[in-house]
Design a protein around this ligand. Structure first.
Ligand SMILES: Cc1cc2nc3c(=O)[nH]c(=O)nc-3n(C[C@H](O)[C@H](O)[C@H](O)COP(=O)(O)OP(=O)(O)OC[C@H]3O[C@@H](n4cnc5c(N)ncnc54)[C@H](O)[C@@H]3O)c2cc1C
Ligand code: FES
Length: 374
């Protein structure tokens, strides 16, 4: 969660505003994000992706006004927005501001583990198994930041792929991205016996207690937190009607089918599993669904469903749109976007996400609730 990257040089302008974070006053240069200002001044502000995709930097604006660089409505719930929550990495102060951090750093734990297995799931996804020295407490669906001893300057976020760490074993699904430094190492190098640092838990992607039907949509390695959530539900004997849509390119990109089948067999309510292939050759023997996973939402959805989406940002944006069009309330849509991290040293003062949608480019002003009601 906390950066190993070198700190930014001090921004050029002399005309700084101030941000008071849990009582501590720092300066914020013009156009500087709250997160960059805090990190530059050695405040260990919770953060991970730095591009508005993980909500790790969520904090409450209790006084003042900020300009938001992206539409944070995709990440924060309506309730959060009503209560003045902002993303520090996407907020540039327009006035002096006061910030309340709900999740202080002390709640985070750093644990050292040892890599015990690298299981090939597909041609580009490896299951990383780690034995930890201490038990890591997390909610199924959350993620951790990992740092390999062999790559000490890299910190990358990965969702827990198991329901808990009760036997001091952790599992992560790591998809190799082209030229990816961390994911390349996990998929290409022999790392068994190597030490790895786990920082977390992070994020607010977990299954909310309710009786409503669930729709889960996963793309690629986005199946990791979904499996963790479902395994936990089975363990707790909590069952409700469930539709799981899994988007992959071709048959060779499908994985964890045995784990899903096992969960399905133990599920006492309706459990529908629909894999959808987007690039399967027409001449193949595939009998299942083809196209985009999001094309099947409207046909299968019940409007009172609660939705859990995980995977590439573009898939999540498209799925959110379809869900809302189908009547699912935005407060019942929870998502984890697998965005790429941007090193702080390379983060421009005015940053935009690496994966943009039209709404991502919008910026808006947020005024603290105190000011709004004043
Ligand atoms: C909250 C959160 C949870 C995540 N959970 C998982 C998970 O469970 N499993 C998983 O595999 N990944 C997950 N990710 C993504 C992961 O953190 C890394 O960003 C990813 O593995 C790439 O890291 P890297 O060091 O290999 O690539 P880098 O060296 O950082 O990037 C190399 C190149 O690949 C591009 N790139 C980076 N990421 C992607 C991508 N996702 N798709 C396409 N191109 C990319 C970069 O822009 C760059 O050009 C998660 C991300 C977030 C924010
Ligand atoms: S660090 Fe701000 S949303 Fe991820």
């Amino acid at each position: 969660m906390f950066s190993f990257f070198k700190k930014n040089n001090k921004p050029r302008s002399n005309k700084a505003l101030t941000a008071t974070i849990n009582g501590q006053v720092i300066e914020v240069a013009p156009k500087e994000t709250l997160l960059n200002a805090a990190l530059r001044q050695d405040i260990e502000f919770p953060h991970s992706c730095r591009v508005g995709g993980c909500a790790a930097c969520k904090c409450q604006l209790t006084d003042g006004k900020v300009k938001e660089l992206t539409d944070v409505g995709y990440i924060l719930s309506d309730e959060d927005l009503d209560n003045g929550y902002i993303l520090a990495c996407q907020s540039v102060p327009k006035t002096d501001i006061t910030i309340k951090l709900d999740v202080p750093e002390k709640t985070l734990v750093q644990t050292i583990g040892t890599i015990t297995a690298q299981n090939t799931l597909t041609h580009d996804i490896t299951e990383l198994k780690i034995r930890t020295e201490e038990t890591v407490e997390f909610l199924p669906g959350q993620f951790a930041d990992l740092t390999l001893a062999t790559l000490p300057d890299l910190q990358r976020s990965y969702s827990f792929a198991s329901a808990n760490n009760s036997n001091n074993e952790l599992s992560f699904f790591v998809r190799e991205v082209p030229n990816g430094r961390f994911s390349g190492a996990i998929n290409q190098q022999e790392l068994i016996g190597e030490s790895i640092k786990i920082t977390g838990p992070l994020g607010d992607f977990w299954l909310r207690p309710a009786q409503n039907p669930i729709i889960m949509i996963a793309g690629g390695s986005g199946l990791a937190p979904i499996i963790a959530m479902l395994q936990a539900e089975v363990k707790q004997s909590r069952h409700r009607p469930l539709l799981l849509l899994f988007g992959a390119r071709t048959q060779q990109d499908l994985y964890a089918l045995d784990s899903i089948k096992k969960i399905q067999q133990q599920w006492t309510e309706r459990f529908e599993f629909l894999p959808v292939l987007s690039e399967e050759a027409e001449t193949s023997d595939w009998q299942g669904l083809t196209g985009l996973v999001t094309d099947y939402i409207e046909d299968s959805i019940q409007p009172d469903s609660h939705a859990y989406l995980c995977g590439p940002p573009a898939m999540i944006d498209a799925a959110e749109l379809r869900l809302k069009q189908s009547g699912v309330k935005s407060e019942h849509i929870h998502a984890d976007r697998f965005l790429t991290q941007t090193p702080l040293t390379q983060t421009p003062l005015t940053q935009t996400p690496l994966t943009q949608t039209p709404s991502d480019t919008a910026s808006s002003d947020v005024v603290s609730k105190t000011q709004q009601s004043a």
